[in-house]
Design a protein around this ligand. Structure first.
Ligand code: NAP
Length: 240
């Protein structure tokens, strides 16, 4: 048995730590982040070249099962893995951390809809945590943005009034409250990433009476098996 672990998340690293060296695993990272946190065990880095490339790679590397522990918004990789595994008849599991459910959040289906809400509601000081690829829809907004990202977005997609905050979680509640207060934020815009590492901003926003615009997750491909915790993924592997 040889397992491909699609990663780029804390859960993927935790799973690799648990499975290695007892199981033959190889973790895969997209290669987007300079100096990524590396999982335990063997790692390969870079795209596969679409579904066809992935199918080829799985065969060339004698992979017998795939655990997709990518981020809940990495929808393309998740779709490719589901399709390649279905075509090859490989056991396939999605590990997707539970979604957040803060009371009173304004739910939207995309970053474009989130930008529309910011415009319609005339929010003026926005804490934007949608990642480097989620900035473009806000580029024409007249609001001021505090944009927190791991790697900087391209300069040509930045709104004219903004400050960039380059950092990587985890974040704690007191710091998040101070950040919201010091920057006089009136709305938090976030993807529904789930997980504890970046969750404090939600409680901070709620307690500071700051609106939350939450971008819902893309749906999982039809018919895939998914679990919400690393322990459940370990059980699935053990049962193979
Ligand atoms: P995506 O849009 O779903 O994937 C785009 C392409 O990137 C895929 O088609 C694949 O290229 C390559 N790719 C993605 N994940 C890969 C992996 N683990 N190993 C090898 N290739 C991968 O993905 P994304 O949203 O840009 O995310 C990229 C990576 O960052 C993922 O590993 C994800 O877990 C991590 N991440 C994403 C977010 C987010 O908000 N999206 C947040 C935190 C971490 P090919 O078609 O060439 O195979």
């Amino acid at each position: 048995m040889r397992i491909l672990l699609l990663g780029g998340t804390g859960e993927a690293r935790a799973l690799a730590t648990t499975l290695h060296p007892g199981y033959d695993i190889v973790s895969s990272l997209a290669g987007r982040v300079p100096d990524p946190a590396l999982p335990d065990g063997p790692v390969r880095i870079g795209g596969f070249g679409g579904v066809a490339g992935l199918r080829q790679w799985l065969g060339d590397n004698d992979i017998t099962a795939v655990v997709d522990a990518t981020h809940p918004f990495a929808a393309t990789m998740t779709a490719h893995a589901a399709q390649a595994c279905a075509e090859l008849g490989l056991p396939h599991l999605v590990l997707s951390r539970p979604a957040w459910d803060p009371a009173g959040a304004i739910r939207v289906g995309s970053d474009v809809e989130a930008a529309q809400v910011v415009a319609d509601q005339h929010y003026s000081r926005v804490f934007l945590t949608t990642g480097r690829s989620g900035v473009r829809p806000f580029m024409s907004s007249a609001a001021w943005f505090l944009i927190r990202v791991v790697t900087p977005p391209d300069a040509d997609v930045l709104p004219c009034n903004h400050e960039l905050l380059l950092s990587r979680g985890p974040y704690d509640y007191a710091d998040e409250c101070a950040l919201l207060r010091d920057n006089r934020i009136d709305v938090l815009v976030t993807k529904n990433s789930g997980g504890e590492l970046t969750e404090a901003k939600l409680k901070a926003a709620t307690d500071c009476d700051i609106a939350i615009v939450m971008i819902d997750r893309p749906p999982l491909p039809a018919g895939v098996k998914s679990v919400g915790t690393v322990d459940e993924a370990v059980d699935w592997v053990a049962a193979l």
